[in-house]
Ligand binder design. Structure first.
Ligand code: NAD
Length: 361
């Protein structure tokens, strides 16, 4: 069966790192007969320059027809003064809402070889492997009414609305339980049910959805405790599921436990497993075009694509093991370089992953 991948390199280092991830996918495609097909499109600043909009119609059609999307990053200094409606980031938001990508997967993995990159003690973070599932299209970031109004006494008042329907909670619940089934089968739902009625409902619905996943162990935790536990004993978690705002904050904390932004992948999925896969970092305009960016976050995003959209666990495992093998050697891109190691370019790092794939067979 053919699997269509829309490839959107975007801006800055995007084209450099995406080209390397495609090299890895193309190798596995031939080696394992995965039936992957690639088609490139424009997004972000590159799309604005070529067409006057960051999310052109041709790209809308491309992503709608694709089974999965591989994205580099968008944005850069030269587009910062543009009207907000045509800024590169608008292309990304358009993509998320067009495809209803409500389930944001943010793994935080710390390879033992890079343990010195974390600010936490090695024994606390070495071997860390957490998945945070963040609800991405609802909650307080989208709730109405919202705004800043002037009260009768002349004082201004800002307000937002935290709102979740049962349907929204149920669908992110199903997404998270399914992910837990593919991992360590432990799910921690994070809320503030002691204070917020909206998340009281969240907790109730999560417990109800749990009945359909008896093989997964469900726990509940208040968000203040969860943030504390993430830095105190992060390895206690397997999968965490939470609201848009709590997930925004907790996933950044979890990412920083690992200390290396160039290593972390992410996925945003719809209700049918179709997804957009991208590194968590931005377009890094400061190093764009120099061939020094770390391609591993994008390569690991490609592995997530194989696991979560294409159900190709073996191929995903192969990439993740090959990345581990590459890190076992002394090669490092500049962002993860430490003394005594051998500094390599973007493509040399990806070549090392391909070499490891070949060696393992
Ligand atoms: P950034 O993540 O692009 O860069 C932060 C720092 O990390 C920089 O010093 C950069 O060189 C370094 N870095 C990032 N990725 C790296 C990699 N793969 N290898 C080595 N070093 C890497 O964040 P920023 O500087 O705040 O933003 C730059 C641009 O990216 C802005 O226009 C911003 O809007 C955009 N952005 C896009 C996305 C996205 O496309 N999803 C996400 C965040 C930021």
């Amino acid at each position: 069966m053919t699997q269509k991948i829309a490839v959107l390199p975007g801006d800055g280092i995007g084209p450099e790192i995406v080209a390397e991830a495609i090299k890895i996918l193309a190798y596995l495609n031939t080696d394992m007969d995965l039936g992957l097909e690639f088609e490139q499109g424009l997004i972000g600043g590159a799309a604005y320059d070529a067409t006057g909009t960051p999310f052109p119609e041709a790209t809308v059609a491309l992503v709608k027809n694709a089974d999965a999307i591989l994205l580099g990053a968008v944005g850069g200094y030269q587009w910062e003064s543009l009207d907000i409606a045509v800024r590169p980031e608008k292309g990304l938001l358009g993509l998320r809402s067009e495809l209803q990508l409500f389930s944001n997967l943010r793994p935080a993995i710390l390879y033992p070889q890079l343990v010195q990159a974390s600010t936490l003690k090695p024994e606390v973070v070495s071997g860390l492997d957490i998945m945070i599932v963040r609800e991405l299209t609802g909650g307080i970031y989208f709730g109405q009414p919202r705004g800043i109004k002037t009260l009768e006494n002349g004082e201004r008042q800002g307000y937002n609305t935290l709102v979740y329907s049962e349907t929204e909670i149920r669908r992110i619940g199903h997404s998270a339980f399914k992910i837990a089934q593919k991992r360590g089968k432990r799910l921690c739902s994070v809320d503030k049910a002691n204070v917020l009625e909206c998340t009281e409902l969240w907790r109730e619905v999560m417990s109800d959805v749990h009945k359909q996943y008896p093989d997964v162990a469900l726990t509940h935790m208040y968000v203040d405790n969860a943030s504390m536990q993430l830095v105190r004993e992060p390895k206690q978690f397997d999968v965490m599921v939470t609201t848009n705002m709590f997930g925004d904050i907790l996933s950044d904390t979890a990412a920083m436990l690992t200390g290396s932004i160039g290593m972390l992948p992410s996925a945003s999925l719809d209700a049918h497993g179709k997804g957009m896969y991208e590194p968590i970092h931005g377009s890094a305009p400061d190093i764009a075009g120099k061939g020094v960016a770390n391609p591993l976050a994008t390569i690991l995003s490609a592995a997530m694509m194989l696991r979560y959209t294409f159900d190709q666990a073996e191929a995903a495992d192969r990439i993740e093991l090959a990345v581990n093998d590459a890190l076992n050697s002394d090669i490092r891109t500049a962002d993860i370089y430490t003394e005594g190691m051998h500094k390599v370019s973007t493509s040399e790092m990806a070549d090392a992953v391909i070499k490891a794939l070949k060696v393992r067979g």
